[in-house]
Ligand binder design. Structure first.
Ligand code: GLC
Length: 535
């Protein structure tokens, strides 16, 4: 039994008073376009999610993170928000949202939503007003407008590239330029302007009053821009899914951003039991820690595991850094292997069966760790990244990079639910917004549900054990000595041991009874590309 939202926090594994519901929680990221489509248009929607809550309950997750479903022209699939306080008709309406929250809560599943404070859509009424207004006007002050460089102002105000390729500046007819760290359809808001912060407060309260349990904050390391907008220095790297270093990349992680997070936190603190997690692509444990100080965000996505290869040394180092960073400020670590911006980990780790075996092993590593786990929809099915044909690509990265970067569509292909195709129960319609591979019949939820050896069964067992097994108690881990190419840690209070073998030979198991293994043990040894839990 799980507590229902609003009840007192889960104390099953809590060993410290004042532990919050998100401690030890398994969050599940729903990429709304790609989860389930109820109205047959080939794009996922809120009713589709509601219809699949039974599945999510069976999977055993505690909370959802929904990607943006707000009014949007969809230049970046909803991360370009035209009205942050309404639902886009593509995804439903406010009544559908309320139904989803009510039904999720009645099943003990919490609902958190995405918030996009760094930029708006170019179709947001503020930006439209800014375009109509004169340089220097109050309307332009809500965004970052500047005169250009060069005698006639025809050069962008600085050398900043956009994350999606090309310059981060676009010129408007009267000759001024506006800043967009992402697509030109996503103008950056001017966070030095109090109106911008006041509007975000309104948005926060709007959704909190509707009963959301928290927020995921998009580009939480962006927002604040230093007033003089200095050029980026040598050696910076641009692109999606990059850990930024403010020393040579002044676009991100400016100190003024922390005032913004303190303000967000103050609003959240007016409501009991609500949380925020930031998307924080910064290098350096200290820089990361600053975002999760006691008066800022509750949690931050640490992307070290995402950046890590299937290599025991690297995995151990990523875990150590992630824990060390948050421990200095008394926050909880978060763990994530995949999301809607990166190549799915089953594919990152290797082709076909090799990638699947390694993904199974890493699922056990992730779900054995103390703190908060974020799963990405489809990883529990072992979905690989999809090589889509050129004609199908929709991510703005594809066009903005002059068709040199294929973008993120390959990890956003709709979920296969049942049957043999062509839309695998994702929609009642005939097509899906991204085409689904026709060989996904064996990956559907239906095919995996009753198969005890499936990826889905492994996730279900692991999540269930994480919630109920006493071995998971406590917040600390300690490392065991392990053979070359392996690592093993133990939950210090509960005693659960997780061992990972990334070498190419079987290794002896640490002492203990096997609780769960990602692959059959070979004569009592842990085979390569596998992990095991012992207690
Ligand atoms: C974040 C989102 C990504 C989006 C970008 C711009 O990185 O995760 O999908 O494109 O912000 O909003």
């Amino acid at each position: 039994m799980r507590p229902s939202p609003g009840s007192s926090p889960d104390t099953e594994h809590a060993d410290a008073p004042g532990t919050f519901w998100w401690n030890n929680t398994v969050f599940y990221q729903v990429y709304v376009r790609s989860f389930a489509d109820a109205n047959g248009d080939g794009v996922g929607d809120l009713e589709g999610i509601r219809a699949r809550l039974g599945y999510l309950e069976l999977l055993g997750i505690d909370a959802l993170w929904l990607t943006p479903f707000y009014r949007s022209p969809m230049a970046d699939h909803g991360y370009d928000v035209a009205d942050p306080r309404d639902v886009d008709p593509l995804f439903g309406d406010l009544a559908a949202f309320d139904r989803l929250v009510a039904d999720a809560h009645s099943r003990g599943i919490r609902v958190t939503v995405d918030l996009v404070p760094n930029h708006s859509s170019d179709q947001h009424e503020w930006f439209q007003e800014a375009l109509r207004a004169a340089p220097g006007s109050r309307e332009r002050e809500r965004y970052v407008f500047r005169d250009g460089r060069g005698a006639d102002g025809s050069e962008p105000p600085n050398n900043w590239p956009s994350i999606f390729g090309g310059p981060a500046w676009s010129r408007v007819p009267d000759g001024q330029w506006y800043l967009h760290l992402f697509a030109p359809e996503q103008p950056d808001l001017n966070w030095a302007n109090p109106e911008v912060a006041e509007d975000l407060d309104r948005t926060l309260r709007f959704w909190l009053d509707r009963g959301v349990d928290g927020f995921r904050i998009d580009v939480a390391h962006g927002m604040a821009k230093s007033a003089d907008l200095p050029d980026v220095g040598d050696g910076f790297i641009s692109g999606t899914a990059v850990l930024h270093d403010n020393d040579n990349d002044p676009r991100f992680d400016n100190d003024e951003v922390h005032e913004i997070h303190r303000r967000i936190r103050k609003v959240l603190d007016e409501y009991p039991d609500r949380m925020a997690v930031g998307e924080i692509w910064v290098k350096g444990d200290d820089r990361f820690a600053a975002y999760v100080r006691p008066d800022e965000l509750h949690l931050g996505f640490n992307f070290r595991l995402v950046e890590t290869e299937f290599d025991a040394e690297q995995v151990r180092s990523a875990i150590d850094h992630s824990i060390a960073a948050v421990r200095t400020v008394g926050a909880l670590p978060t763990w994530t292997l995949s999301n809607h911006d990166v190549v799915r980990h089953a594919t990152r780790y290797g082709d076909g069966e090799l990638g699947q075996a390694r993904a199974r092993a890493m699922a056990l590593v992730e779900l054995a760790l103390p703190g908060v786990v974020y799963l990405y929809n489809g990883e529990e099915l072992g979905l690989p990244n999809v090589d889509l044909p050129d004609w199908a690509l929709q991510d703005p990265v594809w066009e903005r990079s002059g068709r040199t970067e294929r973008g993120r569509d390959g990890c956003r292909v709709p979920m296969p639910w049942e049957g043999d195709g062509p839309t695998f129960g994702f929609t009642t319609g005939e097509t899906t917004w991204l085409p689904m591979p026709q060989d996904w019949g064996s990956l559907t939820v239906e095919a995996q549900l009753e198969d005890p050896g499936s990826m889905l069964s492994l996730y279900r067992q692991a999540i269930e054990l994480r919630r109920t097994h006493p071995g998971f108690a406590g917040e600390e881990i300690e490392w065991y000595g392990a053979p070359e190419g392996c690592c093993a840690f133990r939950r210090r209070s509960g005693g659960l041991i997780c061992a990972l073998n990334t070498s190419d030979a079987p290794v002896p198991l640490p002492p203990g009874e096997v609780v769960l293994a990602s692959a059959p043990l070979a004569d009592g040894e842990l085979p390569p590309n596998a992990a095991v839990w012992l207690a």
